[in-house]
Write a protein that binds this ligand. Structure first.
Ligand SMILES: *Cc1c(COP(=O)(O)O)cnc(C)c1O
Length: 336
């Protein structure tokens, strides 16, 4: 048995999704004529209470376009020090937007208005102009930790008061919604931009959407073109994304249950020194022995995972991990 816990990006399209892809009505999206893409953009925007959307090849691109739309060169953005936009997007903030980054030390990646407020630069020729705050929900590096909208509201209020834009890296926003019970449509009230990945837990093969107001999305189309992201008949991919939004959201709670089961088992293992509480579909844990040694033992039993540090391993649950695979993993963990 193989159990791939490396990432929720490893999922393959389901038969229903493939069917939806085959029957997609496509056209040239650079001319705005791809029906499947137009449908996905409208559907995602409506879901989150935003005016418009733009389909992109990756979450990296939607985040980077958002940052470009919400800043000017020489500005500064504020994010947690674990933020994907800073750590895992290849230095794109500096390269694409010529913007500097102020990194804060959040609670498992979560910021508060109190943390952000003193880091907003006063108007002074020496200081970069603070123009944007980026939040991540859930936080990847925080082990799937999530914000409730109640926690986000004061941050949004601060941003509005100080004239800052607020962008959400919502690569795993649906995991947060399923966990908190918040409504997607309410997110639009708080954020200027929302990036949603279709290729993570939702199980689409490729793609993310950026949501914002109409003027921002109009400019975003220009930036996407510059980045080489104008994709023509990409409706085959957008159809997979639409299908995922219709069929793969509610089932995320299964991934969260599986994460809990694995976290509970790990807590019983004497070779595990610490388990980060599993809030959503990610389990982080620390090992006494080097992580590489443990990964080799797991791999020998068909379980694939990644180390995120010398003594830290990450399990990510997703729609291609079924109950019998979780059971197998539990057995293997107990036998190490
Ligand atoms: C995966 C991910 C992204 C986007 O990644 P792509 O691989 O470019 O689609 C953005 N933010 C977070 C937190 C992620 O986990």
């Amino acid at each position: 048995m193989t159990v791939d816990l490396r990432s929720d990006t490893v999922t393959k399209p389901t038969p229903g999704m493939l069917e939806a892809m085959w029957s997609a009505k496509v056209g040239d999206d650079v001319f705005g004529e791809d029906e499947a893409i137009n449908e996905l953009e409208a559907k995602a925007a409506a879901m989150f209470g935003m005016e418009a959307g733009i389909f992109c090849p990756s979450g990296t691109m939607t985040n980077q376009i958002a940052i470009k739309c919400f800043t000017q060169p020489l500005d500064e953005l504020i994010a947690d020090q674990t933020a994907h936009v800073y750590r895992y997007e290849g230095g794109g903030i500096a390269f694409n937007s010529a913007v500097s980054t102020r990194l804060l030390n959040g609670d498992r990646g979560r910021l508060t208005a109190e943390m952000i407020d003193p880091e907003i630069n006063a108007e002074n020729i020496h200081y970069p102009h603070t123009s944007l705050v980026v939040l991540e929900n859930t936080v990847n590096k925080g082990g799937g930790s999530c914000y409730t909208l109640e926690q986000i509201a004061p941050i949004a209020e601060l941003c509005k008061k100080q004239g800052l834009k607020l962008h959400l890296d919502g690569a795993r926003i649906f995991n947060a919604l399923v966990q908190t019970g918040d409504q997607a449509v309410d997110y639009g009230k708080y954020f200027d931009g929302i990036s949603v990945c279709l290729s993570k837990g939702l199980g689409a093969p490729v793609g993310s959407v950026l949501l914002a107001d109409k003027a921002t999305i109009k400019y975003a189309r220009r930036i996407r073109k510059v980045l080489g992201g104008g994709m023509r008949q990409a409706g085959f991919l957008a159809a997979a994304g639409s299908y995922a939004l219709d069929h793969h959201v509610d089932r995320l709670k299964i991934d969260h249950e599986h994460a809990h089961i694995l976290a509970e088992e790990l807590a019983k293992c004497d070779w595990v020194t610490n388990v980060v509480p599993a809030e959503t579909n990610i389990v982080l844990f620390d090992t006494e022995k080097p992580a590489e040694e443990i990964l080799a033992k797991l791999e020998a039993q068909g379980i694939k995972a990644n180390a995120t540090d010398k003594h830290r391993i990450r399990f990510v649950l997703h729609l291609d991990v079924h109950p019998e695979q979780v059971e197998h993993t539990v057995k293997v963990l107990g036998s190490i």
